[in-house]
Design a protein around this ligand. Structure first.
Ligand code: DC
Length: 246
């Protein structure tokens, strides 16, 4: 009706190609509030939303299901083209499926938590996921843009993103939030698991978690979800007004 097209108020050139739209790259550690914040920003601005961690989790789930040794990078690389991964990018209800089956719940299990870092460190897995992620971004740019969350979005997947954010929070806050999300699991065990994943994600040879060039570091330890969303929305809105966000 009278509504403008999705994201049309955020016209800004981003990435290669003739499309106009905005890419908001949100990278950071596990439990930094990335998912809730990224989804909230997308909803507020009428943009699409892509959770790239869910894609790595989906491949990992498929490997476990097919009996592939997730600690054998060659075995993982040899089979990583097989699963058909599809991500639905509506921020009101993002979806993730493997070979047509919804795996949104399964990919959050302890088995996947423990295996996802070694699987996502395999270069062939990463290059396949990155191709799919860029395709999703290009599609979304035709309808206004997208918020993409992950570890290497601003550094590798879409380094030309006009808004890049690095979200962090101290380990205790992250463990507390993640344990709540997981329905009250043990906070200390959750903290250990988060820190173990951080070490692998930041230390791997291929596209490690880093503060991308041009990224703004937002520490969410003492921010509410709404405050974190407001901070990033202000950065995006300052693009169209030409004024820098504080
Ligand atoms: O955001 P998350 O905790 O759901 O991510 C799960 C794992 O996937 C995490 O261990 C790091 C990896 N990952 C990655 O390597 N690159 C991304 N762009 C996103 C996630």
């Amino acid at each position: 009706m009278g509504d403008p097209p999705v994201g049309s108020h955020l016209v800004n050139s981003a990435g290669p190609g003739p499309e106009s739209g905005v890419v908001v790259a949100i990278d950071g550690t596990s439990g930094s509030g990335k998912s809730s914040t990224s989804r909230g920003v997308a909803r507020r601005l009428g943009l699409r939303y892509l959770d790239t961690g869910a894609m790595y989790r989906a491949v990992t789930w498929w490997m476990l299901r097919h009996g592939v040794d997730v600690h054998d990078p060659e075995a993982v690389a040899a089979r990583c083209e097989e699963p058909r991964i599809e991500s639905g990018t509506d921020p009101e209800g993002p979806t993730i499926s493997v070979d047509g089956a919804d795996v949104a719940v399964e990919i959050r299990g302890d088995d996947v938590n423990a295996a996802v870092s070694p699987v996502s460190a395999v270069p062939r897995v990463r290059s396949r996921m990155q191709v799919m992620q860029r395709q999703t971004i290009e599609d979304a740019l035709r309808t206004g843009g997208i918020v993409v969350e992950g570890r290497d979005i601003g550094s590798v997947v879409w380094p030309d993103a006009p808004v890049k954010v690095y979200l962090s929070a101290d380990a205790a806050a992250r463990a507390h939030r993640r344990a709540l999300e997981e329905g009250g699991s043990d906070v200390e065990a959750t903290r250990e698991s988060l820190l173990a994943r951080d070490r692998i994600d930041s230390g791997r040879a291929v596209s490690p978690l880093v503060l991308a060039e041009g990224a703004v570091h937002v520490d969410t330890t003492d921010l509410t979800l709404d405050q974190a969303i407001d901070t990033i929305v202000a950065m995006v809105e300052s693009l169209s007004s030409g004024v820098s966000a504080p």
